[in-house]
Design a protein around this ligand. Structure first.
Ligand code: SF4
Length: 532
C-alpha cells in the first residue's frame, strides 16, 4: 500500500521551475545518478520514449534544467538552476538526449546511461507527479526506490556469503538481492552503514564495489510503516470517539507517517506557509524572466482592485490576486512550494492565503487550513494521482481545488463533514479537465485554470457551509478521478500534442519563444503529423 506523506507527496518540494513533475522530479533523479557515479560524471545519454510526455516537453517544461542541476548536485531551489547549461558546460559534462523507443510503460520515463573514465552505470526512473519519483531499474536489474531511504548497493560476484554476513551484522529496513543483469544486494536503511562494516564488506572477495545513494525526500520511510487511516471512510471511523478537526487529523496522520511529533508536523507546516507567503509577496513586487509568455499581470489586477474598478467580491478578488502572483513567481523561476504541483502552485496557496488575508485571520489559521488541505491531498495521492501526464489537469488544478475547498471551510469555522463535502464537490466539478499547455510552457492556460480552481474552491466551500448535499462521498470521487484521468487521450495529458497546445496561435508563440531562446526551430510539420 502507498502511504503518502503530506510533506513528501502533497505539499513540497520547495523549488524553482515551471513544473514539479519535470523540474523537481528530474533533479531528484539527477542527484541519485550523481551518487551512483560517486560524483564523477563525464558523459550522459538520456533516452525518452517518443510516446511519452518527455519527448516533446523535456526542454520547455524544465526536465533538462532539473536533471542537469541534479547531476551537478544542486538542490531544487538553487538559484543557479536557470543557468543550468552554463553549469554543465563548466563541469565538463557532455549530455546527449535521444528520443527512441525504450518500451516505456510510464509517460515520464527517464532512461539514463552515465559514464566516467572508470565505469558505466545505467538507471531508469519515472516521475510520478508533484516531484515524486521512483527508480525502477539500475544496471539492468529491477529496483524500487522512492528516495525515502539511505540506499546501499553492494555489487557482488555471488550473494550468499555476503547476505549471511549482512543478516547477522546490520539492522536495516530491507535487504534484497537483485534479480537481473547485474548482481547486487540492495540495503534500505535509516542511515548509511558504518565505516567498519563497509571496510569488512570491501575486504570480502565476493564484493566488487559499493554504491551509496542518499535519500532525496524530506520525510523518510521505515520498515513496517503504519498510518492510522488511508481513506476518508477510515478517517471518519478513526475520529468517531475523538471529534478532531480535519487539520488535527492531518497532524495525527503525518506524525504516524513520518515518525515525528505533532509539534514537528505543525512547525514544518509553519515553514511551508512562510515560504508560500514570501513567494506571493515577492510576486506582487514584480517578476521578470525571458522565456515566458505572459508579463506581470498581478500589479494591474491589484491597481484595479484597489481603485474599485473590478466587480465586487473582496475575498474572491484577493484570492485571484494571490493566485496570479504565485504563478508569476513560478514562471520567473522564483522559489515556490509545489502544492500539490508546481503547475498548480497557485490555486491552493492563493485560495487559502487570499482568504486569510481578506478575512483578517492569523498565521495559525493558515497553518491549520494548509494541514487540512494536506490531508485531502493524501487521499488523492494514495488513490489517484497528481501527475498531469497520467490524469490531465484535473490531477493538478482539480486536486488543488479539492484541497483548498476543505481548507476554506475550516477557515470559516465549518464542520469536518462540511469540509469533506466541499472537497467532494470541488473535485466533482474538476473531472475531465485536460492538460494542454500553450506554447508548451507551464504558464497558460495554467494561470486561468489555477484561478478557476481557487474560485471553484471558494464556491464549493460556501455551498458546503450552506449544507448543499455533495451526494458522492469523497473516496468515491477520488476513485472516479483516477478512472477519468486514465481515459483522457494521450494528446491531452501534458504532451502539448492536443487541445490549446496545437492551435495556430499557440504554435506561433512557441516558435517565437524558441527563436528568442536560441532553441531548435519548432518542427510544426512533425507536431502536426503526430497530431494526425
Ligand atoms: S494545464 Fe494544468 S496540468 Fe497542464 S501544465 Fe497547466 S496547470 Fe499543469
Amino acid at each position: 500500500m502507498n502511504y503518502p506523506s503530506i510533506f513528501n507527496d502533497v505539499l513540497g518540494p520547495v523549488m524553482r521551475g515551471p513544473s514539479s513533475s519535470h523540474c523537481a522530479a528530474s533533479l531528484r533523479i539527477g542527484r541519485i545518478c550523481r551518487d551512483l557515479m560517486d560524483g564523477d560524471i563525464k558523459n550522459v545519454v538520456v533516452q525518452y520514449d517518443p510516446n511519452g510526455s518527455l519527448a516533446t516537453t523535456h526542454k520547455s517544461q524544465g526536465s533538462d534544467m532539473g536533471l542537469f542541476g541534479g547531476l551537478l548536485g544542486w538542490t531544487a531551489d538553487d538559484e543557479r538552476l536557470p543557468h543550468y547549461q552554463h553549469g554543465i558546460a563548466e563541469a565538463g559534462i557532455d549530455i546527449r538526449i535521444k528520443i527512441e523507443d525504450i518500451r516505456a510503460d510510464h509517460p515520464n520515463t527517464y532512461k539514463i546511461a552515465l559514464f566516467n573514465d572508470r565505469e558505466m552505470r545505467e538507471l531508469t526512473a519515472i516521475s510520478t507527479g508533484g516531484g515524486m519519483i521512483e527508480v525502477v531499474e539500475i544496471d539492468g536489474s529491477p529496483v524500487s526506490m522512492f528516495g525515502d531511504f539511505h540506499e546501499t548497493l553492494v555489487y557482488v560476484e555471488s550473494a550468499e556469503k555476503v547476505l549471511a554476513y549482512l543478516g547477522a551484522t546490520i539492522d536495516c529496513d530491507a535487504l534484497e538481492v537483485s534479480a537481473g543483469r547485474t548482481r547486487f544486494i540492495g540495503i534500505k536503511s535509516q542511515a548509511f552503514l558504518p565505516d567498519n562494516i563497509l571496510k569488512e564488506l570491501l575486504a570480502m572477495e565476493e564484493v566488487r564495489f559499493i554504491k551509496q545513494l542518499n535519500p532525496v525526500l524530506p520525510v523518510m520511510s521505515r520498515k513496517n510503516l503504519r498510518v492510522p487511516f488511508i481513506t476518508c471512510a477510515e478517517m471518519l471511523a478513526y475520529n468517531r470517539d475523538k471529534n478532531l478537526d480535519l487539520w488535527e487529523l492531518a497532524v495525527h496522520y503525518e506524525s504516524a507517517r513520518g515518525n515525528i511529533s505533532h509539534e514537528a508536523v505543525y512547525e514544518r507546516m509553519r515553514d511551508l506557509v512562510g515560504i508560500m507567503r514570501t513567494s506571493i509577496h515577492q510576486g506582487l513586487k514584480g517578476t521578470r524572466y525571458e522565456d515566458r509568455i505572459l508579463g506581470c499581470q498581478s500589479a494591474g489586477f491589484q491597481a484595479k482592485m484597489d481603485s474599485g474598478q473590478l466587480v465586487g467580491g473582496d475575498v474572491l478578488n484577493r484570492i485571484i490576486l494571490f493566485v496570479t502572483s504565485m504563478m508569476e513567481m513560478k514562471s520567473s523561476m522564483g522559489v515556490i512550494v509545489a502544492a500539490p504541483t508546481a503547475g498548480a502552485c497557485g490555486a491552493l496557496p492563493g485560495a487559502v492565503l487570499g482568504a486569510v488575508s481578506a478575512l483578517g485571520l492569523s498565521e495559525d489559521d493558515s497553518i491549520k487550513a494548509m494541514l487540512a488541505a494536506g490531508m485531502i491531498g493524501v487521499f488523492i495521492s494514495a488513490h489517484a494521482t497528481f501527475a498531469a501526464e497520467v490524469g490531465g489537469c484535473q490531477a493538478e488544478c482539480g486536486s488543488g481545488s479539492g484541497m483548498a475547498a476543505a481548507a476554506i471551510v475550516g477557515l470559516a469555522g465549518g464542520s469536518l463533514d462540511q469540509a469533506l463535502s466541499a472537497s467532494s464537490m470541488a473535485l466533482q466539478n474538476s473531472l475531465g479537465m485536460i492538460c494542454d499547455p500553450i506554447a508548451n510552457r507551464v504558464e497558460a492556460p495554467c494561470l486561468g485554470r489555477n484561478i478557476m480552481a481557487a474560485s471553484n474552491a471558494l464556491s464549493c466551500a460556501n455551498i458546503a457551509l450552506a449544507d448543499y448535499n455533495a451526494l458522492i462521498p469523497l473516496d468515491q470521487v477520488v476513485e472516479t478521478m483516477d478512472q477519468v484521468g486514465k481515459s483522457i487521450a494521450h494528446e491531452l495529458r501534458c504532451t502539448a500534442l492536443g487541445g490549446l497546445s496545437i492551435t495556430k496561435a499557440s504554435l506561433e508563440i512557441e516558435a517565437r519563444l524558441n527563436a528568442l531562446s536560441g532553441a531548435e526551430e519548432l518542427d510544426l510539420a512533425a507536431r502536426k503529423f503526430k497530431i494526425c
